[in-house]
Design a protein around this ligand. Structure first.
Ligand code: SF4
Length: 372
């Protein structure tokens, strides 16, 4: 146990986009691994596993606030932590109180017996919850006995968001992911076998130009062997704060642009066979938000969308790329949307954006969009 005294509700820095309406409950602080070269989310956050009693006290705090909202009790905000709990509970109450997300990077590091205790308390306190999810590392899932994974699923911990990133072993080593392809497949299959939904994140651009094609092929192979419920595309942004940036400066990593990433995604999607996963492209860093659908029926449409983009005249590609990065465009049809197009054209003209600087501008805006 890290802390003896309960200091009130605490919240971690990030959650997946799909958990925007979830109640955030922190089981661990930071990331125990914290060595992936492409990730800076938890740098400077000392790792710690919270006391299960403190986690349960957080849950009780939420219950107290929900009782206030339902007119059954009164409660005052006295500390910063009270305010955080009130704010989180209020958002959750207004969005229907259906889902919960366990933070931070890998809550499965909580001892299985403690995890079961927390889940039981959560279920008892809020029996209406229909979804409990968490980020999870494949190597941790692979070590958890099947009977505990099954128990988690029975208690409603029913979705793991796994940062697979790539299925290419050489690239996994180069970026210090700390896990290999075989373990990723095993972890995905174990979770699915226990009745837990699996959401695998794929990171186009991670291998630079050198590994793009091989990463697409090996990642598709991993997905084909797991058949996860969700495949989530999350393009890479190369911040100067990342260790990978040093490789870029040394010349051992080459930065890709939006077109390279779309070609990589095309190679990836093309190779997904015999699975019925839902593909999502809901991340702020992705260039084309419409690359989503259910396999296999939407595969051809997604490939055709990429082909349409790649066949556009260069000026149209630049206009769309800029529009996407300033948050005005997201789907190809936005190029035909008069007001949006005019808005982007104004920004393009004012900043003299053209083929000579769009890669650098796009890259800078991507980094600005995320908290690293
Ligand atoms: S990608 Fe995940 S495992 Fe790697 S450092 Fe970031 S949070 Fe930790």
């Amino acid at each position: 146990m890290q802390t003896k005294e309960y200091k009130g509700y605490e919240v971690g820095p990030i959650r997946p986009p799909s958990e925007a309406y979830s109640l955030l409950i922190r089981l661990v602080r930071g990331c125990a691994w914290n060595r992936c070269k492409f990730c800076g989310f938890y740098r400077g956050v000392p790792f710690g596993i919270r006391s299960p009693e403190h986690v349960k006290q957080d849950i009780d705090e939420f219950k107290a606030w929900i009782d206030v909202f339902e007119g059954k009790a009164e409660k005052n905000i006295e500390t910063e932590a009270d305010y955080e709990a009130y704010y989180m509970a209020s958002n959750w109450y207004q969005s229907g109180m259906e889902s919960v997300f366990f933070q931070d990077a890998n809550s499965l590091l909580m001892k299985p017996e403690y995890m079961v205790d927390i889940l039981e308390h959560l279920r008892k306190t809020f029996p209406q919850i229909s979804r409990i999810t968490t980020y999870a590392r494949s190597d941790t899932i692979a070590r958890i006995p099947d009977e505990f994974l099954t128990r988690y699923a029975q208690l409603g911990l029913n979705r793991f968001h796994i940062g697979l990133e790539t299925g290419n072993d050489e690239l996994l080593r180069l970026v210090n992911k700390g896990v290999d392809k075989k373990t990723q497949i095993l972890a995905g299959q174990k979770a699915m076998g226990a009745g837990i939904e699996v959401s695998e994140f794929y990171m186009p651009g991670l291998g630079g130009k050198e590994y793009a094609f091989q990463s697409a092929c090996d990642t598709a192979d991993v997905m084909n062997q797991i058949n996860p419920d969700f495949i989530r595309i999350r393009s890479m942004a190369l911040s100067e704060k990342l260790d990978l940036y040093e490789d870029y400066e040394k010349g051992t990593f080459t930065r890709t642009n939006d077109l390279d990433d779309l070609r990589e995604i095309r190679s990836f999607l093309e190779r997904l066979e015999g699975i019925n996963s839902v593909v999502e492209s809901d991340h702020i860093l992705n260039i084309l938000l419409e690359l989503r659908g259910t396999l296999p029926e939407d595969k051809e449409r997604m490939l055709a969308t990429i082909d349409r983009f790649l066949a556009l005249p260069e000026e149209e590609q630049i206009l769309f790329r800029l529009g996407r990065r300033i948050g005005v465009m997201g789907e190809l049809s936005d190029l035909q949307h008069g007001p949006r197009r005019q808005q982007v054209e104004r920004v393009l003209k004012a900043n003299a954006v053209d083929s000579s600087n769009i890669d650098a501008i796009s890259s800078r805006l991507m980094v600005k969009a995320i908290p690293i």
